[in-house]
Design a protein around this ligand. Structure first.
Ligand SMILES: [Zn+2]
Length: 301
């Protein structure tokens, strides 16, 4: 699988590429060059599905389309550096499907691009290798990409991300940084990931929440650096939610739970799932959020 050719081009003097917009890339599954076009300002593919070439399409026919919803709000930022994608591959060795959410570090075309690259790569790779190895794979893809285009270290984009795959029983989430993975079960919302931020470390060291909160945005692990951590979600996790900090920093746990409860009290069909993620990103913006905000919700059965 090669993802090195024909990514967005940069000018030789290493000014930032400034257009974003439409990218033509190799198929993330088979590597056929120039096989896929998508708009990096929006979601990759319909409702966040990884875009693949025509030949790879049959492998994507699956039962997940009605069970996944994604909402994105760019907010007042110049760029949407959040990215979310999922990929179904019923014949894959490790998992039939994988879900990924990334949040590029900074308001810039570079983190936008790396977040997009990471979710595409991770969602495809996690089906074959599992979620932890998939993040390591995306890490190599980032390094390879920047080596290939000769980017100076200071201008390489970075991202935090999380990926979820089903196991035989239950689910595994792997992550680095402060993308969060939650399970919503019987009306209760539980956070499974721990933010890899200075805030978390200061709290563990006994500092006050007020003092630690000033360091919330200082991320200690991301695609370029730090160990990948993973956590097990039990088989009773009816709905799995992934959020970028644009959602979970703008809202309290209680507000998030309320958004979910309002939309999901009458059922968990496709429209209810969409309603829940839209409610989350709208509430985050209404609460004064100034970051890109993205939520992805998966009904597991
Ligand atoms: Zn293909």
């Amino acid at each position: 699988m090669s993802l090195q050719t024909r990514y967005p081009t940069f000018d030789p003097a290493w000014k930032k590429h400034s257009t974003g917009g439409w990218y033509t890339i190799p198929c993330p599954v088979c590597g056929t060059p120039d096989a896929v076009t998508w708009n990096a300002r929006s979601l990759p593919g319909p409702a966040g599905r990884v875009p693949v070439c025509r030949e790879c399409l049959p492998a994507q026919r699956d039962t997940w389309s009605e069970r996944v919803a994604v909402a994105v709000d760019q907010g007042p930022r110049m760029w949407n550096a959040d990215a979310a994608a999922w990929h179904a591959n019923p014949g894959a060795k490790v998992a039939p499907v994988a879900f990924a959410l990334a949040d590029g570090v900074g308001d810039d075309p570079e983190p936008q691009w790396i977040a997009q690259l990471a979710v595409l790569r991770v969602a495809v790779a996690a089906c074959h290798e599992g979620s932890v190895a998939a993040i390591e794979d995306a890490r190599r893809a980032r390094d390879e990409y920047y080596e290939t285009v000769g980017a100076p270290l200071s201008q390489r984009g970075d991202t935090v991300l999380a990926v979820v795959t089903p196991l035989e029983r239950g689910y595994q989430a792997a992550w680095c940084g402060d993308v969060r993975v939650w399970a919503y079960t019987d009306g209760d919302l539980n956070q499974y990931t721990i933010d890899h931020t200075a805030e978390t470390e200061l709290l563990e060291a006994g500092e006050s929440p007020e003092m630690a909160a000033q360091y919330r945005n200082r991320v200690h692990r991301c695609l370029s650096i730090g160990d990948v951590e993973s956590v097990f979600l039990g088989p009773d996790s009816d709905l799995i939610l992934l959020t970028s900090d644009g959602v979970h920093d703008a809202l309290t746990w209680a507000q998030m739970r309320q958004c979910m409860a309002e939309e999901l009290s009458k059922g968990t069909g496709a429209a209810a799932l969409r309603g829940a993620v839209q409610s989350l990103v709208r509430a985050a913006r209404a609460a004064g959020g100034r970051d890109n905000a993205t939520a992805m919700l998966i009904r597991t059965s």
